[in-house]
Design a protein around this ligand. Structure first.
Ligand SMILES: NC(=O)c1ccc[n+]([C@@H]2O[C@H](COP(=O)([O-])OP(=O)(O)OC[C@H]3O[C@@H](n4cnc5c(N)ncnc54)[C@H](O)[C@@H]3O)[C@@H](O)[C@H]2O)c1
Length: 270
């Protein structure tokens, strides 16, 4: 169901690779809610993924940008404002990648050049998107900038490896930049901490199926789906959450508040 929550709003949505991507679902919901927006991804993902299909469906354009490259981000904001006809109201940062995870490096044998890449792609890029937006004065008052994170920032999930450090940094940037941007321009900055979700990035983590099932058994509401995550993103882009900023918001069916669940007790008692 659509509520017209984003009527008249302009946005930028990063990270839609294919129809499983959380960003893909956010784009579909943002369109339903009346927003106009541009899509972006790294040039390599644009060649491999299906983002052009999504752009055609959403009647919009794709602007290639490597989120680690400041000039690309400058171009992204400038072109988006031109195409959409004004300043931006919402930005989704839906970007994550660890070469150490992808190449199966053990946490006790990290490649430190790759660690730098993990942090740059998955966390520092969030700062870059905020800093460029501020310098170009690209966001409207009460604009909303959102990053996606995972509870491995607070608790240890061994296979998540150096992505845990990236997510801790991402969440910290949301707080620090949220303070600054709120004070300067009333812009909101938050992260949503999402349940394990079956996407390319998610399933790239070793043991994904096990921790997907474990989280599902632990959560009273079960794992939150990508579609439900998109709904939550829409509320945070809307005017209904104008005083929410500098928060890490768990969207996980209750997982983050659980110790153990009857379902897990039952499973382990067998
Ligand atoms: N899938 C999960 O279980 C899960 C859970 C919690 C949080 N998240 C987070 O959600 C976000 C979206 O991931 P997803 O699960 O939808 O997977 P996904 O693989 O569909 O999306 C990740 C995106 O990051 C993009 N990307 C990688 N390097 C980039 C770069 N240099 N510049 C620009 N874009 C780049 C990829 O092209 C891809 O589109 C990530 O931050 C991820 O960590 C995912």
């Amino acid at each position: 169901m659509a509520y017209n929550l984003l009527a008249g709003k302009r946005g930028i949505i990063t990270g839609a690779l294919d129809e499983n991507s959380i960003a893909w679902k956010v784009a579909l919901r943002a369109k339903e809610e009346g927003a106009t927006f541009t899509l972006t991804n790294a040039p390599v993902a644009m060649r491999m993924g299906k983002i052009n299909e999504l752009a055609a469906h959403c009647n919009t354009e794709v602007i290639g940008a490597d989120a680690t490259v400041v000039e690309d981000i400058e171009n992204l904001y400038t072109k988006s404002m031109e195409l959409l006809g004004g300043k931006i109201d919402f930005v989704l940062h839906s970007i994550g990648m660890s070469p150490n995870v992808r190449k199966g490096k053990d946490y006790g044998d990290l490649n430190y050049d790759w660690l730098q890449k993990t942090l740059d792609i998955s966390a520092v890029s969030f700062h870059k998107m905020l800093q460029v937006a501020e310098k170009l004065d690209a966001l409207n008052e009460y604009g909303s900038v959102l990053g996606l994170t995972y509870i491995a920032a607070q608790r240890t999930f061994p296979d998540y490896s150096d992505m845990a450090q990236a997510k801790a940094l991402l969440e910290s940037i949301a707080r620090s930049y949220g303070e600054r941007y709120g004070r300067l321009k009333k812009v909101r900055v938050n992260t949503i901490s999402q349940s394990p979700t079956k996407t390319t990035a998610g399933m790239g983590v070793g043991g994904f199926d096990a921790f997907f099932d474990y989280a599902d058994l632990m959560s009273p509401l079960g794992n939150a789906s990508a579609e439900a995550c998109a709904d939550y993103c829409i509320t945070l882009f809307s005017d209904l959450t104008k005083s929410v900023t500098m928060q890490n918001l768990f969207h996980d069916g209750g997982f983050s508040s659980m110790g153990i669940s009857p379902a897990v007790v039952e499973r382990l008692s067998k």
